[in-house]
Design a protein around this ligand. Structure first.
Ligand code: NAD
Length: 430
């Protein structure tokens, strides 16, 4: 199936450019063939319901005005309100946001939570803006989207380059516009305004649970397992800490400007303390050698966790991956072609829609707590999350065994199948 023309890349096709939306449609098509879905329903599922791009004029601290673009793509709300992160990164494009919105639809359906998929983003490097500039950008972006978001319509959350701080600004802007506090308009917000305990580390915790279950399936455990982690932010950093606590040996980690390698295992709490002192830089950490992002991916280890950007494992390096398990903490880190190479080499890929679902699971728990005005302690949140993650893992494994397919295709058939069923049960309006 081709990407919808409005979203197809305007750049000339080149082997180096992988259109993320076309790739997301290929995954949908793959699952649809397995499920033998009617092409008409597949056409609906391949088209985002709403695509919004807004202009964000912002006054910089030096007095100049800059006009940024802000995107929000709402893919499908058959199962419930739209849900998805807001990304601030220079590589953000409408195609990428559209692909990530579609991925969110399958992820929520797979996890059994009543949301549809959405995603938003602004193509900026947030490190190049002051805190007050970022606040003005976030508030203007929110107010441009005011009619499209809301606790029953579309609920943003943090993603790359955003955090609880941006969610607080979004919640405040929305609330000031409607005239009363609306905590349910975003998740991943600070505890002081209705955030959930355990949300900050949730995606990393979900990664840890998924890797633990995958190792246990073959009689292994986290204790002593060797792990490579690309990306050391919200997700990679939390996964590193939790895996380290569980006894795994984190042999390499990296950020955008390279990483660190120690075959005996890195002391993650010491590395975090070092980075805090050094303004976020890894360089200079003792007892570790520098390693590039490209080299990190192909080191020997039990588990490789890509936790940064899309398309990191491609046809160019899939043959060199030495890990036994690839746990996709990032969204879309493996191309379709690379996925087939890994599968043919017997490397188990734990797909993104399952592996990084811990964030949206705890977002859902945050929304439920907010709607009921009852707030849980950390233990309750972890217990609910553990149940949702482990049951989803088991469903995917059983589906893979039943259909004799990879875990990725199994996860997609479950997610896509659930949405397609709901679409058919609701019927086509009017
Ligand atoms: P983040 O901004 O907190 O961290 C991103 C990390 O990636 C940083 O360490 C950064 O240095 C590194 N990075 C950036 N560019 C890189 C490059 N070119 N090569 C290598 N490393 C690079 O972002 P995050 O929230 O941790 O998100 C990471 C991934 O996880 C994204 O794909 C995101 O969509 C996905 N994800 C995030 C959440 C969440 O709750 N934050 C939930 C689900 C999925």
């Amino acid at each position: 199936m081709a990407a919808s023309p409005a979203l197809a890349s305007s750049a000339p096709p080149s082997p180096a450019h992988i259109c993320p939306f076309a790739q997301a449609c290929s995954y949908l098509d793959w699952a649809a063939r397995e499920l033998k879905l009617d092409p008409g329903w597949v056409a609906i599922l391949s088209t985002p319901r709403k695509v919004v791009t807004v202009a964000i004029p912002v006054r910089l601290d030096n007095g100049h005005i800059q006009v940024l673009a802000g995107h929000r793509v709402q893919h499908c709300n058959v199962l419930g309100p739209y849900k998805g992160g807001i990304r601030y990164h220079p590589a953000v494009t409408l195609e990428e946001v559209s692909a990530l919105a579609m991925l969110m639809t399958w992820k929520c359906a797979l996890m059994g939570i009543p949301y549809g998929g959405a995603k938003g983003g602004i193509p900026i490097d947030p490190r190049r803006y002051s805190v007050s500039e970022l606040e003005r950008i976030t508030r203007r972006y929110t107010s441009e989207l005011i009619k499209d978001i809301g606790p029953a319509e579309d609920i943003p959350a943090p993603d790359m380059g955003t955090s609880a701080r941006e969610m607080a600004w979004m919640m405040d802007t929305y609330s000031m516009n409607v005239g009363h506090a609306v905590p349910g308009v975003v998740t991943g917000k600070p505890l002081s305004i209705g955030g959930s305990r355990g949300r900050e580390l949730a995606t990393g915790r979900g990664v840890m649970i998924t890797v633990r279950e995958a190792l246990a399936r073959h009689g292994g455990s986290l204790a002593g397992a060797t792990v490579l982690i690309q990306g050391f932010g919200n997700v990679g950093g939390a996964a590193a800490s939790l895996l380290h606590q569980a006894g795994a040996k984190i042999v390499a980690v990296s950020g955008s400007s390279g990483g660190l390698y120690n075959p005996k295992g890195l002391d993650i709490p010491a590395l975090k303390a070092h980075m805090k002192e050094q303004g976020g830089r890894m360089a200079g950490f003792p007892q570790a050698e520098p390693i590039s992002n490209a080299d990190l991916l192909v080191q020997k280890a039990d588990v490789l966790i890509p936790a940064a950007l899309e398309n990191q494992i491609t046809e160019a390096n899939a043959h060199q991956i030495q890990a036994r398990i690839v746990a996709e903490a990032a969204n879309g880190p493996t191309t379709l072609a690379a996925d087939r190479i890994l599968e043919s080499r017997g490397i188990q890929v734990l797909p993104d829609v399952l592996t990084n679902a811990g964030g949206v699971v705890v977002s859902y728990l945050e929304w439920v707590q907010g709607l009921s005005y009852v707030f849980w302690d950390e233990e309750r949140v972890y217990q609910e999350m553990e149940g949702l993650m482990v049951r989803a893992f088991e469903r995917v494994v059983q589906e893979a065994e039943r259909r004799q397919v990879s875990l990725r295709l199994a996860a997609y058939t479950l997610g896509v199948g659930r949405v397609a069923q709901a679409l058919q049960d609701r019927g086509l309006y009017p």
